[in-house]
Design a protein around this ligand. Structure first.
Ligand code: M6R
Length: 608
């Protein structure tokens, strides 16, 4: 997730307007910043690694000539957050400058092809293929818009692009596929951006650019939208947006937590575009390991717990999921050169996780990392790391980062299964296909279940305690559902593998005690039905998260939340947790609490 901004001014220079726009987009990433302007037929670029304010102090981003320009604030995915990888990227002749939000999956092949044609690359980014492709188009006599169209046709993956060129110095050409792109129309001025709030102080007139569209911005607030596919012109008038500044920051959502819950279809799509070579390398290390530990805290630990089922069921690999703060006590002495440890941390800075990592390094173990923050301590210390690409997470309660972690871990488990030949190709292909559809399923849940969950929060808001139960991989989902409820709405909650509940915790049950069952239609279904009956017989109020149309379960439930049919067991936590996130959120609201500011908690826990 990065932020892009461009502007064509009526009077005055574009640079300060771009700089201010990027500041409003900084929530989308802050690894590096850069701007390109055109003046008198020449391209000017300023860029560097670091947060916008720091780079501005060094370079003065406002002091650039020209009434037209583009800018970028980066959340690193391909290429470390160094100056050379900061956007804008340029072609060989320094005539074309490009900013990009998204991931170009086909960049390695395209780069090789372009290099074979003599193009020289400066960065390690996926984006840099775009200016070189545009350069090819311009060399072949195409207009800038046509050259961007031809380039876009070659790109697999996602993009919101803004392109300027000294060849047509009065235009910005933008294109979109799966990454957000909006245009702002002002008196005699026009802007492009990753979101509406970026230009909201300047204009309330916004034009949404759809997937598969290209838009040419000209001076004097004029624009032309075309379909990338058949080049037909798309007539569209701007809409007037009425958001206040606070709503704008949260994109119209009342809280960051809700915004991040709703971002999950997009963030899950991003996790399907990881760099293969790092996943393969990690798979190699896991395959060779004498023993494997999965180490993390909080929500990330629950992802590890789920992953231990994935690795075992798909790749026949036993792994030990361990809470980071217990790792040294529990396994400190046995860890050795044959141990491989995958540390999972959204922030990459959690003190307990890093302490365990330090210990593992001292014992010569192989350290792998899964994180959301490139350049975090975890990425610097891991032998190999994978970036989960969820974009900046602001809500204290981890939501989108959990489902992204699960998606990456499922991909690793699938790769390992393939490598080890433990599961048939048919099954692997089936699971890969399902994984591709997970973002759509997430969208369906968010669209169809939200009202119902709001109602359940109203009904149960006064409950004093909750049970969360699930079997198999769903016990990890139950643990995460419990954590969300507890940390946001302060309702004491207990999670157990459902089979274990009768070994003690069941004594808590009295009439009306709410018990949430995570109950996908997998191998555990029958046993979970028995557990439901045990609880029901003692008067518990049963809330189930089940598969759509699972009438058997619904018969026993007081309340149910439905998840689309046909989700394979190993992928189920990714979707079954979403209703739990929403439930925690609405419970907090019902109880008069601010879900973005849970007491005593911090986003990143950097003390042991
Ligand atoms: O950044 P990390 O993934 O290492 O953070 C781990 C936990 O501190 C974090 O998941 C915490 O439990 C969240 N509050 C959960 O919502």
């Amino acid at each position: 997730m990065c932020g892009i901004f461009g502007s064509i001014m009526k009077k005055g220079t574009a640079a300060p307007v771009i700089h201010a726009g990027l500041k409003r987009l900084e929530y989308r990433g802050y690894d590096s910043v850069g701007q390109a302007t055109i003046d008198d037929g020449k391209l000017f670029i300023k860029k560097d690694a670091g947060k916008i304010d720091d780079v501005h102090r060094l370079l003065d981003l406002d002091a650039m000539p020209g009434m037209i320009g583009i800018g970028h604030t980066r959340w690193a995915t391909h290429g470390a957050p160094y100056k050379v990888n900061a956007h804008p990227h340029t072609d060989c002749a320094e005539e074309v400058a490009v900013v990009h939000n998204g991931i170009i999956e086909s960049f390695a092949e395209l780069k090789a092809e372009l290099e074979a044609h003599g193009h020289v690359f400066k960065s390690k980014t996926d984006t840099e293929v775009v200016p070189h492709l545009v350069e090819e188009g311009l060399k072949n006599g195409l207009s800038l818009a046509e050259a961007v169209r031809e380039a876009a046709k070659r790109l697999d993956g996602s993009y919101a692009l803004a392109v300027v060129s000294t060849r047509e110095p009065d235009k910005i050409v933008c294109a979109r596929k799966e990454s957000p792109l909006v245009v702002g129309i002002n008196e005699g001025e026009v802007y492009c951006a990753s979101d509406i709030p970026a230009f909201l102080p300047l204009t309330k007139k916004a034009l949404i650019i759809e997937d598969g569209e290209l838009v040419v911005l000209n001076g004097g607030s004029s624009y032309e939208i075309r379909k990338l596919s058949d080049w037909s012109v798309v007539p569209r008038e701007p809409e007037v947006v009425d958001w206040n500044p606070e709503m704008a920051e949260k994109q119209g959502y009342p809280h960051f937590m809700l915004k991040e819950i709703y971002e999950q279809a997009d963030t899950l799509r991003n996790t399907l575009r990881l760099q293969n070579q790092f996943l393969d390398l990690m798979t190699e290390f896991l395959d060779r390991a004498g023993e494997v530990f999965l180490v993390a805290c909080g929500t990330s630990y629950h992802a590890c717990l789920a992953a231990s089922y994935m690795f075992s069921k798909l790749a026949f690999l036993a792994t030990h999921p361990i809470i980071a703060s217990e790792f040294i006590e529990q396994h400190g002495r046995s860890v050795n050169i044959d141990s491989t440890i995958l540390f999972v941390s959204q922030s990459g800075e959690t003190a307990d996780t890093l302490a365990a990592l330090e210990h593992a390094r001292l014992r010569a173990a192989t350290v792998l990392g899964l994180t959301n923050v490139i350049a975090s301590t975890l990425t610097r210390l891991a032998r190999v790391y994978v970036c989960q690409q969820s974009g900046p997470a602001i809500g204290v309660a981890a939501t989108k980062t959990f489902t992204s972690q699960l998606s990456v871990l499922a991909q690793l488990a699938l790769r390992l299964a393939k490598k080890r030949g433990k599961v048939s190709h048919v099954e692997i292909e089936f699971l890969e296909k399902k994984l591709e559809h997970i973002p759509e399923f997430a969208e369906t849940i968010l669209k169809t279940q939200s009202d119902k969950i709001t109602g359940l929060a109203q009904k149960y808001s006064k409950s004093q305690c909750f049970f969360y139960l699930g079997r198999g991989i769903s016990s990890a989902t139950a643990s995460e559902g419990r954590l969300k409820l507890m940390e946001i709405s302060y309702v004491p909650s207990i999670a157990y593998p459902a089979g274990e509940s009768k070994h003690g915790p069941i004594s808590l049950i009295e009439p009306g005690f709410p018990v949430v069952f995570i109950c996908p239609k997998d191998e555990t279904h029958r046993a979970v039905v028995s557990n439901i009956m045990e609880m029901k017989a003692r008067g518990a109020s049963i809330i189930v998260v089940c598969e759509e149309g699972d009438d058997e379960i619904k018969r026993y439930a007081d309340d149910f939340i439905e998840v689309p049919k046909g989700i394979p067991e190993i992928l189920s936590p990714i979707l079954y947790v979403i209703p739990m996130q929403l439930f925690a959120y609405y419970m907090a609201l019902e109880r008069g609490l601010n879900p973005d500011m849970p007491r005593n908690l911090a986003k990143s826990v950097t003390v042991k």
